[in-house]
Design a protein around this ligand. Structure first.
Ligand code: Q46
Ligand code: ZN
Length: 312
């Protein structure tokens, strides 16, 4: 196959786009796709300060790389989840990436926060699924870091496969509140929230992997050990089969949802949040979900300590 742009020998074939690219043209194509998404959805400008949440995986590092290349003011945010070797390895990749490009990086570690909040410990103490505990803490620390650092925008590396799987999950259960908030740009609904955006929402996992490979980005290849068995992976698998039978399905599913169906759900978005009585961050009840979680952890630990004191 020949490159769609320059007719040289193609290195990548994108069936969903019915196009092929040589290496330089692929990198150009990828950058243009990101730039187009930013412009079309009015995500941010070159004057704004961007906080990019990076996990050490290919998507978030590819996002940070492309934005830095395009001249945006970016700072990385890495949150150590305390998940054994996986977390140690991902932190090292992120730090090496930032150092090699002289990009500013903020590092926080859950095990050093509050009463010690490493994901496995919180999950055990509160009997929650690790991903539920992890999700609530990530949201809190991302929002808090964006607010405290005076950033204008918080970015995540969610790609087309992530968004299609999430959409399928939401549609299968008709979770209208979730559908109301599933869009590539979320405007802040509280003074302590910043705009949240997903510039890679129309680029597939394969496309970001190719970009990361061509740009020689050294990312953590292993998945988080808790990802195994996550329902999200079942949806991704189902969508991959549909995509193989009919290329372009995922793109149409997400793109058309955002364009025509999402605005209908957005009308029923819930009321703006109030302030958490404990930490002052946005909350839908007296406490935000993060502070609720922390109190549960503290209560469980206090009970265990009391029982240990009684020799039980
Ligand atoms: S990091 Fe956290 Fe994911 Fe690991 S514990 Fe689950 S949510 S799978 S993106
Ligand atoms: Zn709180």
């Amino acid at each position: 196959m020949k490159c769609t742009r320059c007719k040289a020998k193609a290195e990548v074939h994108l069936r969903a786009h019915n196009a092929g690219f040589c290496r330089p043209c692929y990198l150009e194509y990828f950058r243009r796709q990101v730039e187009r998404a930013i412009a079309r959805e009015r995500m941010f400008t070159t004057e704004e300060r961007l906080l990019v949440a990076v996990s050490g995986g290919k998507d978030s590092l590819a996002l940070w790389d492309v934005l830095a290349e395009l001249g945006y003011h970016t700072t990385g945010l890495y949150l150590g989840l305390g998940i054994g070797e996986y977390s140690d390895g991902s932190r090292a990749k992120v730090e090496a990436f930032a150092a090699s490009r002289s990009l500013p990086l903020v590092v926080r570690s859950l095990s050093e926060e509050g009463p010690g909040l490493a994901v496995p410990d919180v999950a055990t103490a509160t009997r929650r699924a690790p991903c539920a505990a992890c999700g609530a803490m990530k949201r809190h620390f991302f929002d808090a870091a964006a607010h405290e650092g005076d950033f204008d925008v918080l970015l995540t590396g969610h790609n087309l496969d992530d968004e299609a799987a999430r959409l399928l999950g939401n549609v299968l259960r008709w979770q209208r509140d979730h559908l109301a908030r599933q869009r590539p740009v979320l405007a802040p609904t509280h003074p302590k929230f910043v705009r949240k955006v997903k510039p890679l929402y129309l680029l597939s996992e394969y496309e970001t992997a190719v970009y990361a490979f061509m740009r020689r980005i050294d990312y953590v290849v292993e998945e988080c050990p808790n990802a195994e068995g996550a329902t999200q992976l079942v949806y991704k698998d189902a969508l991959n089969r549909l995509e193989a039978a009919s290329p372009g399905t995922k793109l149409a599913f997400v793109k058309e949802f955002v364009r025509s169906a999402q605005p209908l759900f957005a009308e029923r978005e819930r009321d703006a949040p109030g302030d958490c009585q404990a930490c002052g961050m946005p909350a839908y009840g007296a406490l935000c979900s993060f502070c609720t979680l922390v109190r549960e952890v503290e209560a469980k630990r206090a009970r265990r300590a009391a029982l240990a004191g009684l020799g039980v």
